[in-house]
Design a binder for this molecule. Structure first.
Ligand code: NAP
Length: 341
């Protein structure tokens, strides 16, 4: 039986997810949408043959909506995810789960009180084929116990409204989640350092930055975040283990021999870099809704990412090593239902 989905927020990623559900994936259809801009919602609904609801709350409680996708702006996520939990409906929420750690904790508490997982957070890198291969290497012990990780997150350029803290909350947030998952370890501390600033960055923006994370088992992770790197969108990850080193594969691309050069094009658009992982992410979510077993990134993962991001932002301001305290993980989130997620 197809899952009837309602989508809250028909902006960039909302429209993208609607397109993939209706054109690329199986097992679900979008029956209702809503947006703060009713005309935008109406237009999308018309194109779908679905309907536009006037508010997110109406969409969540609508009888024919089985599951919800939240792709509105971050500050609205808490309200909609809590309403979905109250309605007992599965909800896929784009990152961030909520904009503060306290709000993430309220969601966590509501789900724990219900005693059943309903929430999945849109950390799509866990569904990237390359990261999954890397996870397999770690899980199989092929490089021994991981000791160090080197990561880089480089964008060609950012708009003038991009601020220094967004390097953490919008950009490194992906490494924060991915590395916890990859290493199956929680963070205990964070520090942010500022190298020499690029002349390409806006006056108000510190760029590049180096984020240092330490895990409970003592693994050290360095993340270079460089959002005016000019040459491309480049994601790097190298794990150093006791008996070997493993590196995230480059996205496949044509190897060119031309004009006395051997070259491979580097992507510039982040959407293209992870396009396949969004498809896998949503398809697995649809299957998990159908089988009533939500298994992807959880409210706990959203909460842990928010607490870690807060620590990084604090360190951006005071330059110190900031301790990360998550508290104990509720039993609801201790069992991981698949080996890869
Ligand atoms: P966007 O283009 O601004 O879309 C958000 C939409 O939500 C807009 O149409 C906005 O309307 C609407 N909206 C705002 N308040 C609302 C409300 N109360 N009820 C219903 N709709 C509301 O932003 P986006 O780029 O799609 O990002 C949306 C979310 O996805 C963000 O949390 C972002 O971080 C996340 N995201 C995740 C990834 C990823 O890699 N996983 C990638 C991109 C985005 P207005 O424009 O009129 O405010």
């Amino acid at each position: 039986m197809a899952i009837n989905i309602g989508v809250i927020g028909t902006g960039n990623i909302g429209q993208d997810h609607i397109r993939r559900i209706t054109q690329a994936l199986s097992g679900a259809s979008v029956v209702a949408v809503t947006d703060i801009d009713p005309a935008r919602a109406q237009k999308i609904a018309k194109g779908l043959g679905g309907r536009a609801e006037t508010t997110g709350q109406n969409l969540i409680t609508a009888k024919d909506v089985d599951a919800i996708i939240v792709t509105s702006i971050g500050s609205t996520h808490e309200e909609f995810v809590l309403a979905a939990i109250a309605a007992g409906k599965p909800v896929f929420c784009e990152k961030p789960l909520a904009t503060t750690a306290a709000a993430c904790k309220r969601i966590l508490d509501a789900e724990v009180a219900l005693g059943k997982r309903l929430v999945q957070v849109g950390f799509m890198r866990r569904y990237d084929a390359g990261y999954r291969l890397l996870k397999e290497v770690v899980t199989k012990g092929s490089i021994g116990a991981p000791l160090i990780a080197h990561c880089a997150h480089r964008n060609p350029a950012v708009g003038d409204d991009y601020t220094t803290d967004m390097a953490i909350t919008d950009t490194v947030i992906h490494e924060i989640d991915t590395m916890r998952w990859l290493l199956d370890d929680e963070y205990v501390s964070a520090q942010v350092l500022y190298p020499k600033k690029t002349s390409k960055a806006a006056k108000h923006l510190a760029d590049p930055q180096i984020v240092l994370l330490e895990t409970a088992s003592g693994i050290r992770i360095d993340v270079e975040v460089f959002v005016n790197a000019t040459y491309g969108y480049d994601i790097q990850c190298e794990l150093v283990g006791e008996t070997g080193v493993a590196r995230l594969p480059e996205p496949s691309n044509v190897l060119m021999r031309s004009e006395a050069k051997l070259s491979v094009e580097i992507l510039t658009d982040w959407k293209k870099r992870f396009i396949a992982s969004y498809d896998v992410e949503l398809q697995e979510w649809i299957h998990s809704v159908a089988s009533d077993k939500i298994a992807g990134p959880s409210s706990w993962d959203g909460y842990a990412a928010a607490v870690t991001a807060d620590a990084c932002v604090e360190s951006q301001k005071n330059g110190k090593i900031v301790e990360i305290k998550l508290g104990s993980r509720p039993a609801l989130y201790r069992q991981v239902s698949t080996s890869s997620i």
